[in-house]
Design a protein around this ligand. Structure first.
Ligand code: FAD
Length: 368
């Protein structure tokens, strides 16, 4: 029995659990184990603001809030665990490889400026000469780009490890290999059925990624998330060559280059495929010709947790208040907002008005 049961120990569940513990609640976090689909262990590691929330200003503002909270999260996790999440905020670049793409990108940045208004969006449009002044070694196909000073990157694996370590240090209980088969209301609280037994909590948070779709119904929550496959390549280590992350190539603090990524609607398929890997590699070499001299050492595919419109789903069950669900496709970027913004709301028992647009009711055919 805990104040809160959290189902799912990926980046979303762990960030939420950590935030709930900071609010003084007792929390048990149940996680499925190595058979699970885990976006948190296969992602690209960007903390990305530019271009997020075109057409949904609340998402743009929530993303920016998370980027602003990230340095505090990094410091707190470092102090509590000694683990460095390797978060850096040197700004980020998005490159265009054709005039047509550049025009679209410029239009997007203008729209985003209008969205943010006084909040000061911070993204700039750079012509071919300006991008080359910022990043040496660009290929001739790069016609321009956009830069945003709020963008950054982190190691998703160190972030996950730091969150899990901080949870344990704060007295939270992590139960691994505890696949939850069903959740349900139980007296004044909730229960989760696992092979290890029944766990109970006064509140329940479903943060099981793609697993939320099946579990939600047990507490009156509709969670229409679906998988979207992304493939990533990793090179051998090199000396520091890239001063900041770009939307598809970043150099990690260890020196490897991560090269991403794809967006594939292929169900729960996790196969790495040669045509997609070739496309990813060719695009990256067009941007950075020096990459062709580096050997690839790894590749993988992982599944994003996608709502039909790509935005988060944050919701408290209307039928069973006290049961919440948390879902998003940018769990690295939003880790700070989940830990330091959303978790305090859940602790108080109410998701704030600024997040009310993120309920699944927006997918209702009759919703306006
Ligand atoms: C290729 C790729 C690139 C990405 N790049 C970025 C990026 O650059 N920046 C960014 O911010 N985001 C990125 N993402 C998205 C990010 O990885 C996800 O938003 C985030 O990991 C989602 O975390 P999650 O905890 O919701 O889901 P998951 O990581 O999938 O974790 C879900 C957890 O729930 C557990 N679980 C599932 N079902 C059950 C059950 N029934 N019982 C108990 N436990 C259960 C699983 O064990 C798992 O640990 C990327 C994703 C992919 C695939």
């Amino acid at each position: 029995m805990s104040d809160v049961l959290v189902v799912g120990g990926g980046l979303v569940g762990a960030a939420t659990t950590y935030g709930l513990l900071r609010e003084g609640l007792s929390v048990t976090m149940l996680d499925e184990g190595d058979i699970a689909f885990r976006a948190s262990r296969g992602n690209f590691g960007l903390v990305w603001v530019q271009s997020k929330g075109d057409g949904r200003p609340e998402y743009a503002q929530w993303t920016r809030r998370s980027a602003d909270l990230w340095p505090g999260l990094q410091d707190a996790l470092g102090e509590e665990t000694g683990i460095n999440t390797h978060y850096e905020k040197p700004g980020g670049l998005h490159f265009s490889l054709s005039e047509e793409d550049f025009e679209k990108r410029c239009a997007l940045i203008h729209r985003m400026h209008n969205v943010h208004g006084a909040a000061h969006y911070g993204a700039e449009i750079l012509d071919a000469k300006q991008v080359r002044e910022l990043v040496p070694g660009l290929g001739p196909d790069v016609v321009g780009g956009t830069y945003c000073k709020h963008d950054g990157h982190a190691s998703p694996l160190y972030l996950l490890r730091a969150l899990h370590t901080a949870i344990e240090k704060r007295g939270g209980k992590i139960v691994p290999n505890a696949s939850v088969s069903a959740v349900a209301p139980d007296g004044n609280g909730f229960r989760a059925e696992t092979a290890k037994g029944t766990m109970r909590g006064d509140k329940l948070v479903l943060a099981a990624g793609l697993g939320n779709r099946k579990l939600g119904g047990g507490v009156g929550l509709d969670v229409p998330v679906a998988p979207e496959k992304g493939q990533i390549l990793v090179t051998e280590r090199a000396r520091p060559l890239l001063p900041m992350p770009t939307h598809v190539v970043r150099q990690t603090s260890e020196g490897t280059f991560m090269i991403g990524d794809s967006h594939e609607d292929v169900g729960f398929n996790l196969t790495s495929t040669t045509p997609t890997m070739s496309m990813i590699a060719a695009r990256a070499v067009k941007m950075f010709p020096f990459l062709k001299d580096l050997r690839l050492v790894r590749s993988w595919a992982a599944l994003r947790v996608m709502a039909p419109d790509g935005y988060p789903i944050y919701e408290e069950s209307a039928a069973h208040p006290g049961a919440f669900t948390v879902n998003c496709h940018s769990g690295v970027t939003l880790a700070a907002a989940h830990a330091l913004g959303l978790a305090p709301m859940i602790a108080k028992g109410q998701i704030g008005d600024e997040l009310s647009v993120f309920t699944a009711g927006r997918f209702d055919a009759n919703a306006h």
